[in-house]
Design a binder for this molecule. Structure first.
Ligand code: NAP
Length: 523
């Protein structure tokens, strides 16, 4: 049986105790085991601080961008193998696997390209100079400098490649070494990614370490300049956030957590119009891609009362025709949930939603998947609920069912009412709006924009243009307020700034100019 090794302090470590099985979710066969028992976490941190950090800071911003480009290239070269591993361990169809793997490579490549904009050197300034006295003889200016700590990345099970790559891209570009920890249940793909990158020798020693299994006492040894970037459930985030060491050292802690994202059909969109069709297509994809195991998946579908019937029928048609099964079968469009735990949690969630909504599509049970042995595999059909009372008490505003499950809710067509319903989830990653009515959109923004991290607008001119609300693009912010974690990842330099410190410089304006211009960002 393959045991996933951690890459720590410059060597591969294979644990012999506390091994956790990794399961093929389509067949329930054990495919590997993982554990971090025996890893010396003090040595891991020391290695990052003494080897990785200075080696990265020695390089220019542009040179670090070249590292990201090389990482992206080797991952692309091994794409087919990674897709296979993703199918085996995550139960992904080729298209779902590509969303993760190609998305990870593209994010690395984007940050590599961003670095080229810093060819002239110079400290990264933030805003212009501001006079600090009346005579104009004393000025202020803000600059960003790399933090002198390590980046600890804790990732969720659903994006083993993209989750690793998007965090690593931002940290490495900023000049901060990475210790990455994939979710244990689906660590196969992330482990292989790191192995490919290490074997290719594209990174300096200590720039990237990998923990397969638990983080042991790593988080108890963090220092004030360290950064923890966590993606996962709100429950784990709350636990980690209260960690004594994290609080005492006041490490930066970025959280990407749960989200009950809403898709809202505007009242101006006529049935059978191009935007209406786009709305249906987007909702179907955002419910079923990766079997709904996306933090950005649509969980609540808001439609004007008068459109309820058409939307219900059209979605029921589309969702019922999704072939669920073993992704090795060509006809299969949606794979299983990633683990027995995910299936159990989803089935519990379906029961909770059912208390406040009627089931329109699905049966709320585990089903057999096409091409999988009878009784095996963690399959759940696309499941659509319809709320009788869309108000605040409904579980659909509070319970994230991490599966192909969503609830239809009606509203009266008013943008403010729709925004207030969206806001009942207490903070989301993304909200998609389908409308060409600028006034309606502006009213929605006024009432609800601060409760969501991203607003994706589908309109007549964007039919066939947008990637879908589920795609977190590196150019724009990923993260959301409140329950979504309050974090900020990606968004061009916003992503790298998580690993940097903003410093206010005050003094003679010409001197500040000389100190900050024409110098390498990181020296
Ligand atoms: P999870 O159970 O919270 O686990 C997330 C990560 O935390 C895993 O790597 C897990 O490791 C680790 N972990 C758990 N307890 C820990 C502890 N005490 N100390 C250190 N690490 C610990 O979440 P999940 O089930 O993997 O992911 C699903 C959730 O992630 C969903 O709620 C989804 O909305 C959210 N998500 C959010 C985003 C986003 O960008 N906002 C993206 C993807 C997913 P082990 O696997 O070893 O337990």
């Amino acid at each position: 049986m393959k045991i996933l090794k951690s890459f720590v302090a410059g060597r591969w470590h294979e644990a012999t105790a506390d091994l956790v099985p990794l399961i093929n979710p389509s067949t329930e066969e054990t495919i590997a085991q993982a554990s971090s028992t025996g890893v010396d976490f003090a040595a891991v941190l020391l290695h990052a601080r003494q080897q990785g950090a200075p080696a990265l800071r020695e390089l220019s911003f542009v040179q670090r961008g070249a590292l990201l480009k090389a990482m992206s290239k080797v991952l692309r070269q091994n794409r087919d193998e990674l897709l296979d591993l993703s199918r085996l361990n995550n139960g992904t169809t080729p298209s779902d696997g590509s969303f993760d793997i190609d998305g990870g490579g593209a994010t690395l490549a984007y940050y590599a390209g961003l670095a080229r904009g810093f060819e002239d050197g110079g400290l990264m300034t933030d805003g212009g100079d501001v006079p600090l006295n009346r005579s104009g003889g004393f000025w202020g200016r803000h600059v960003w400098v790399p933090r002198r700590g390590v980046a600890v990345h804790i990732n969720a099970f659903n994006f083993p490649v993209w989750g690793f790559a998007e965090k690593a891209a931002a940290a490495l570009l900023a000049g901060v070494p990475v210790i990455t920890k994939p979710a244990t249940s689906t660590a196969l793909v992330a482990q292989r990614c790191v192995e490919i990158i290490i074997d290719a020798g594209v990174l300096p020693d200590g720039a990237l370490q990998l923990i397969c299994g638990s983080t042991g006492d790593l988080l108890e040894q963090l220092e004030p300049q360290d950064v923890v970037a966590f993606t996962g459930s709100a429950a784990t985030a709350i636990k980690l956030r209260q960690g004594e060491r994290l609080l005492a050292a006041n490490c930066r802690f970025n959280v990407e957590a749960d989200s009950l994202n809403a898709a809202v059909l505007g009242p101006d969109i006529e049935p059978n119009s191009r935007v209406f069709e786009m709305f249906l297509e987007d909702v179907t994809r955002e419910m079923t891609q990766k079997a709904g195991q996306k933090c950005t998946a649509v969980r609540r579908i808001l439609v004007p009362q008068r459109n309820l019937e058409e939307v219900r029928e059209a979605l029921a048609d589309r969702l019922s025709s999704v072939v669920t099964g073993n992704p090795s079968e060509e006809a299969v469009r949606m794979g299983p949930l990633a683990s027995a735990q995910q299936l159990e949690d989803a089935l519990e969630g379906v029961v909770e939603l059912h208390r406040d909504a009627r089931m329109v599509v699905g049966n709320g049970q585990r089903v057999d998947g096409v091409g999988s042995p009878a009784g095996k595999g963690f399959f759940l059909q696309p499941t659509l609920f319809e709320a009788s009372d869309p108000g605040g008490e409904g579980a659909f505003h509070h319970r994230e069912v991490f599966a192909p499950v969503a609830t239809l809710l009606t509203y009266d067509g008013s943008a403010t009412v729709a925004a207030n319903l969206m806001s009942l989830a207490g903070g989301t990653l993304v909200t998609s709006l389908y409308s060409d009515d600028q006034e309606w959109l502006a009213e929605f923004l006024e009432a609800g924009a601060s409760d969501t991290g991203r607003i994706y607008i589908g309109s007549e001119s964007t039919v066939g243009e947008g990637p879908g609300s589920g795609a977190a693009m590196p150019q724009t912010l990923h993260g959301g307020p409140g329950r979504a974690g309050g974090g900020e990842e990606l968004g061009s330099l916003i992503g790298a700034q998580l690993y940097m410190q903003r410093v206010a410089l005050q003094g003679d304006q010409a001197l500040l100019g000389r100190l900050t211009e024409g110098r390498q960002l990181e020296k």
